[in-house]
Design a binder for this molecule. Structure first.
Ligand code: PMP
Length: 445
């Protein structure tokens, strides 16, 4: 396990670490940890489920980095697709009536994959911008229909929808919206139909623009909906109350749950779908919002002049070319089918861990998205005073795996979302590292 770091690699690391500490404001970080420790890994390359850092250390990327490198690291074809597009035309505007082939083909591809009449895509650079766009358009739609008070957005507890000024206050997880000056037009509801009905009754449907939900929650701990029918009921409530339903597919979309989109698991067609991450497997920043034909037609009817919303990089030529190649490879190599096959292996591994460790419970898996939870007493669902998952993940790192602990709101969870190219041996390796790491941590408890 101990790695011989060459003197020159160590020197380069130290030089970069100093610069990092001084100049790089990291996303989602602890200022103090960065100041004290500097960068943990300075990644230089990747292959499949593995990442390599500047000091030559190779580690398993058990979460596909940020649930996004779905195809796996180091796919040269995507680099070639980017290069070919860049050589021809790296970027051109899509404002007004301007267009280009990659964005047209990609929008058509998304329509082919998306459920129901979700056929019309607006492009962004990522998930937060997608949710901003969905909220802005929902409010605009109601205003144009003459309901200017229909502005509130309902989100579920433990939800994550991004960090922009529009997406932060929609995020149920408290630390992400604990910033001053955010919009108050947001409501948070427990994941129950009764609670949702009560909220709509209390707040008045005439004040609510939309409900947003991840079909399977990611950052909140990989949480499946409370019942198979949950989203059907949400859809019905939305229809009865003239509320738009937005599915946040930023993690779920593009096969992560084993189906094209997360919402396909529940046979529901939302009014809008926010997409990002897996569309390019992270090889280029790209996101979007997919609208139904019904909404498209109504927006067309309601809007006389311009719809004044668009990002410079909406439908970026190179990013769209990369997305098309990414989706083509995933289909050609049947990596989408591998999601279900390896998902079953992951569940087998979780069951083994549950049998081996009486602390593990509440296991969940859908496609290559899964989590285990750690309890002091799994019968009563009592957790340890200090989250154990953080220690297990720390230990797993010694065995060369980057794991993801989720400890918001009293949870003690380890989440898994490996690249779709993962093999059975690699799934077993991840499970075995967790097994060994948990055993070691328990001895110290
Ligand atoms: N929605 C969901 C469900 C997400 O998981 C994320 C990112 N983790 C976002 C939105 C925000 O996406 P981005 O970080 O690309 O802005």
């Amino acid at each position: 396990m101990l790695l011989q770091v060459t003197e020159s690699a160590q020197k380069k690391y130290e030089e970069l670490a100093e610069l990092d500490k001084k100049h790089f404001f990291h996303p989602s970080t602890s200022f103090r940890q960065q100041k004290a420790e500097g960068p943990g890994f300075i990644f230089t390359e990747g292959k499949g489920i593995y990442l390599k850092d500047i000091r030559g250390r190779e580690v398993i990327d058990s979460l596909s980095s940020l649930w996004n490198v779905n195809i796996g690291h180091g796919r040269e074809e995507l680099a070639i697709a980017a290069m070919e597009q860049m050589k021809k035309l790296a970027y051109s505007s899509t404002f007004a009536t301007n267009s280009h082939e990659p964005v047209i083909r990609l929008a058509a591809k998304i329509a082919e994959m998306a459920p129901g009449d979700l056929n019309y895509t607006f492009f962004t650079c990522g998930g937060s911008e997608s949710n901003d766009t969905a909220f802005k358009t929902a409010r605009y739609y109601w205003k144009m229909k003459g309901y200017k008070n229909k502005t509130k957005i309902i989100s579920r507890g433990k939800s994550y929808h991004g960090v922009s000024i529009g997406a932060s206050p929609a995020t149920g997880l408290f630390p992400f919206r604990d910033f001053p000056g955010l919009s108050q037009d947001h409501l948070y509801v427990d994941s129950s139909i009764e609670a949702l009905k009560e909220m709509i009754e209390r707040e008045g449907a005439e004040n609510i623009a939309a409900i947003i939900s991840e079909p399977v929650q990611g950052s909140g701990g990989v949480n499946l909906p409370p019942s198979q029918n949950f989203f059907k009921e949400v859809r019905e409530i939305c229809d009865q109350n003239d509320i738009l339903f937005i599915a946040d597919e930023v993690i779920n979309g593009f096969y992560r749950t084993g189906k094209n989109f997360g919402i396909d698991n529940f046979d529901v067609v939302p009014d809008m779908m926010a997409i990002a991450k897996g569309i390019t497997s992270g090889y280029a920043p790209l996101g979007g919002v997919v609208f139904t034909d019904r909404l498209k037609d109504e927006l067309t009817e309601l809007t006389e002049g311009n719809f004044y919303h668009g990002y410079t990089y909406s439908g970026h030529n190179t990013a769209c070319a990369v997305a098309l190649k990414n989706l083509e490879i995933i289909e050609q190599e049947k990596l989408n089918e591998n999601v279900n096959l390896m998902g079953a292996e992951l569940l087998k591994g979780f069951k083994y861990l549950e049998q081996t460790h009486e602390e593990i419970g509440n296991i969940r898996q859908i496609g290559l998205l899964g989590a285990i939870e750690i309890f002091k007493d799994r019968e009563t669902k009592t957790t340890f005073e200090e989250p154990v998952s953080l220690k297990v993940v720390e230990e797993a790192l010694k065995h060369n795996m980057i794991g993801r602990a989720i400890v918001y709101e009293g949870q003690d969870t380890i989440a898994f979302a490996p690249p779709f190219c993962i093999t059975k041996d690699e799934v077993e390796k991840m499970i075995s590292i967790i097994d060994t790491s948990l055993t070691a941590v328990k001895q110290r408890l």
